[in-house]
Design a protein around this ligand. Structure first.
Ligand code: ADP
Ligand code: MG
Length: 316
């Protein structure tokens, strides 16, 4: 397939929105944001072998490329609106692009996001997405807004994706529930929007809970204490059984969870639960913001707990 056939294939399937004045096909897209909104912009790239294991299905790559970006918008409390897609492909296979779009556009449709442009080049497999969202002025959830005394909360459950990745190579039939969390993460978009105006600081958990909560602490000039044995686990993760320390590692520093970790005043506990109650999504209090710096994790026995390895994924 030639570049323009490939782009035409994408354009034919991309849904539009009323606020897309001009989508795929011109030199740039033309979008009409509402008068009273702030534009929230984020970009994340997925590289083969770094962000997804070799052999990941193209539909899963498509889903995840958008999901990780919508997760960033969720962490800002923004409502997703538009996205662009930069594709670097070793070859232009119609089957690959169709399958990729199946995953990408299924998630876009769930959130009413319009794909409005992009770029297509030949090279090692790499997928870059820019996502644009909207938030009412002053309501965005920032990393620098945590206050001493705040509760620390996390949505959903932690550790599934890390467990799936760890078991992938040597465990036949890794539980499909775990594998789904790795390949098809659910961005917590509705939760982020519901928490805007209720929570103080927020971050999405992509590099591991302790590392990402550490970003909130650094940006806010505070510390945090976490009960590592209170981190929420899915039924699928618990069903694995085995070494408790291994589970702590997956849950506290595994990464790829795409849950939201946020802080809120103690007086807002009921408000937090009320905001999230319509969503069929667990939320768990896992610790507190304190004066000081850094994240201190403790086990049920009161011992200080530290992750093995570098503590959070780092590219360099
Ligand atoms: P230009 O040479 O002016 O940059 P391109 O030929 O790269 O234009 O792209 C033509 C149109 O197709 C543009 O509107 C661009 O946004 C869109 N486009 C290119 N690649 C993609 C892609 N992977 N996904 C969505 N839109 C794309
Ligand atoms: Mg171009």
């Amino acid at each position: 397939m030639r570049e323009f056939d490939l782009i035409a294939r994408i354009r034919d399937r991309a849904a539009l929105r009323d606020d897309v004045v001009l989508g795929i096909g011109d030199d740039a897209a033309l979008l009409q944001p509402p008068a009273q909104a702030q534009l929230v912009v984020t970009m994340d790239t997925l590289n083969a072998g770094v962000h997804f294991p070799p052999g990941t299905a193209p539909a899963d790559i498509g889903w995840k490329a958008l999901a990780v970006n919508l997760s960033d918008l969720a962490a800002m409390g923004a409502r997703p609106a538009w996205c662009t897609l930069s594709l670097s492909l070793p070859d232009a296979s119609a089957d690959w692009i169709d399958a990729f779009l199946d995953g990408f556009l299924a998630l876009a449709a769930q959130h009413g996001v319009a794909l409005v442009g992009g770029d297509t080049t030949r090279g090692p497999l790499s997928v870059g997405v820019t996502a644009h969202g909207l938030v009412a002025p002053g309501r965005a959830l920032r990393r620098d807004a945590a206050q001493p005394g705040d509760d620390v909360w996390v949505t959903g459950s932690l550790g599934d994706a890390a467990a799936a990745l760890a078991l992938l190579d040597h465990t036949p039939g890794v539980s499909s529930a775990l594998r789904l969390r790795l390949d098809r993460p659910t961005p917590r978009v509705a939760a982020g929007e519901a928490l805007a105006g209720v929570a103080h600081a927020c971050v999405d958990v992509s590099d591991g809970l302790l590392a990402d909560l550490g970003h909130i602490c650094a940006a806010s000039g505070v510390g945090a204490t976490i009960a590592v044995d209170d981190l929420p686990a899915s039924d699928a993760l618990r069903a694995l059984g085995g070494d408790a320390e291994q589970h702590r590692q997956w849950q506290a520093s595994g990464g790829d969870d795409y849950e939201l970790c946020f802080t809120a005043a103690v007086a807002q506990r009921d408000a937090v639960r009320a905001a999230l109650s319509p969503l069929d999504l667990a939320c768990t209090r896992i610790g507190s913001i304190v004066d000081g710096t850094g994240v201190l994790a403790r086990t049920r026995d009161g011992d200080r707990w530290q992750p093995g390895g570098a503590g959070g994924y780092r590219h360099f």
